[in-house]
Structure formats: C-alpha cells, structure tokens
Design a binder for this molecule. Structure first.
Ligand SMILES: Cc1cc2nc3c(=O)[nH]c(=O)nc-3n(C[C@H](O)[C@H](O)[C@H](O)COP(=O)(O)O)c2cc1C
Length: 249
C-alpha cells in the first residue's frame, strides 16, 4: 500500500460511510467471547501483594518502553494482574449483549482476544496460552518446539522480547466489531488494542516490571505461531514483551 493509499484509508473511516450492519439487519450478535477446550488454569484474582507503585503521577512519569529484562520469573499473581489489566472482564450485563472490561472498547464490542507466550512465570509451564477473559482463567494451547526462536523470528528478530517473562499478543475477532460498525470495524479494533496495551504498560509499571509494545512482526508468522483460525479470528494486531527489569536503568 502506498503512503497516498494509506492516507486515503485513514480518511475513509467516516461515520457517514457506514452501511448496513449485522445489527441494523437484525442478525443476532456474534458471541462476546472465544471459548476454550484446552487444559485450564484458574488465575488468582487478589493482586494486592504484587502492586508496588500506586502513585499515578509517578507511574505516568516513569513509564517507558523497557527492553532489558533480568532472568527472574514473574509470579502467577503478577502475570494474572497483567492479563486482567489488558482484557479483564468486570461486568456482563444480564442482557448478555455487551461486556465491560478494564479497558474501553467502541460500543463495548470487545473484539480482541488475548494470548501469551509464557517464558518464565512461576507455576506455569513454558508455552502458548489463551486468556479466558470471562472466567479469568488461562487455557494452555501447547508448547511449540523452539518456541523462543520461532517467536523472535516472527517478531522480526527482536530477540529482547523472548528474554523476558512473557509476550502478550492481541488478536482480532472482526465480526464482533463489524456487527455494529461495519467497515469502521478495523479502525475501532486497532484503537481498542492501543487502550489495552497502554493498560499493560501501566500495570507493568505498577508491579515494577518492564514492558515494550511491539507492532513490528511478520503477520503470517505471528498468526501461525498462535494457530489462529483465519476465518473467525484473523490477525494478531499488537504484542507486548514484559519482564522483570532494573527500573533504575
Ligand atoms: C504502535 C507501537 C508499536 C511499537 N512497536 C515496537 C516494536 O516493534 N519494537 C520496539 O522495540 N518498540 C516498539 N514500540 C515502542 C516505541 O518504540 C516507544 O514507545 C517509543 O520509542 C517511545 O518510547 P517510550 O515508550 O519509552 O516513551 C512501539 C510503540 C507503539 C506505540
């Protein structure tokens, strides 16, 4: 895509360009969550002990992208806190037509799914996991051979990412957003991903860990790494590396 086409694309996301959507046609809305069939780990929901920093101004001031991590593992509570900050569900209204999470989402559609490549988290085996947001549980998807190298290569050779404790990855389930917003869905999905990642940055600061957002990756390789079903859940839209770090560096 040329720069000119890119600009045209940005301009094309106009409220008045929206045509008929699933909602206006009376089509039932797609499921709010992707279920899981793998082996499940219940995640702790008490985070009090792992929160080190609560001064919000200090958190904003100290936040930055950190790419140097120590070999120290994160606790399951810390990891659980990061997942909850990124996509945790706070409320599902009785109507079941929306859900409310720790992050905002256009129309409360929440068209993202959260995955993690676990590298060094206490109590979890190395591997790929899917966050079951509604239940605050973790579904184990498997451990690919040579996982670190596969992931680093998919991340365009950014090896620092696999030297930390985990890499979080957000994928899009477009139909959830399209049902209400039609062709505006792509824009809203990407904006939602930005909100989620900022929560991960701030949550990482709160537990005195380092975080780095990552959008430089090879699309097909990242999608294949997670084994995404291209029909339903088409692409990874964002990633973030997290690890213990020396916050003074
Ligand atoms: C959309 C987006 C994509 C990014 N992708 C990468 C990436 O692939 N690799 C990386 O090392 N940093 C990445 N970053 C981090 C930026 O380089 C970083 O935010 C920027 O240099 C400003 O530094 P700060 O976060 O410390 O304020 C990304 C940041 C954003 C917002």
């Amino acid at each position: 895509m040329s720069c000119q086409e890119n600009r045209e694309l940005l301009k094309s996301y106009r409220e008045d360009s929206k045509s008929d959507t699933g909602e206006t046609k009376g089509i039932p809305q797609p499921p709010l969550f992707k279920g899981g069939t793998g082996e499940v780990t219940v995640l702790p929901k008490e985070f009090g002990d792992c929160i080190k920093k609560i001064d919000f101004t200090e958190m904003l001031t100290s936040r930055r992208s950190r790419r140097e991590y120590t070999s120290e593992a994160l606790t399951l509570e810390e990891f659980s806190f990061l997942l909850w900050a990124a996509q945790g569900v706070k409320k599902i209204p009785k109507s079941g037509k929306a859900c409310f999470r720790t992050v905002p989402s256009a129309g409360a559609r929440h068209a993202l799914e959260l995955y993690a490549a676990v590298l060094n988290i206490e109590g979890l085996q190395k591997g790929i996991y899917h966050y079951l947001a509604a239940e605050h549980k973790l579904e184990y998807l498997g451990t690919p051979e040579d996982m670190e190298n596969q992931l680093a290569e998919a991340l365009c050779g950014q090896k620092f990412a696999v030297s930390g404790a985990c890499v979080l990855m957000l994928s899009a389930v477009p139909e959830r957003m399209e049902w209400r917003y039609g062709e505006l869905a792509a824009k809203y999905i990407l904006l939602d991903a930005g909100h989620a990642c900022q929560n991960v940055y701030l949550a990482s600061e709160a537990i005195e860990c380092g975080c780095c957002a990552m959008a430089a990756y090879m699309q097909e390789r990242m999608d294949a790494f997670l084994g995404l079903d291209a029909e339903k859940e088409n692409v990874v839209v964002y990633a973030a590396a997290i690890g213990r770090t020396d916050l003074r560096s």
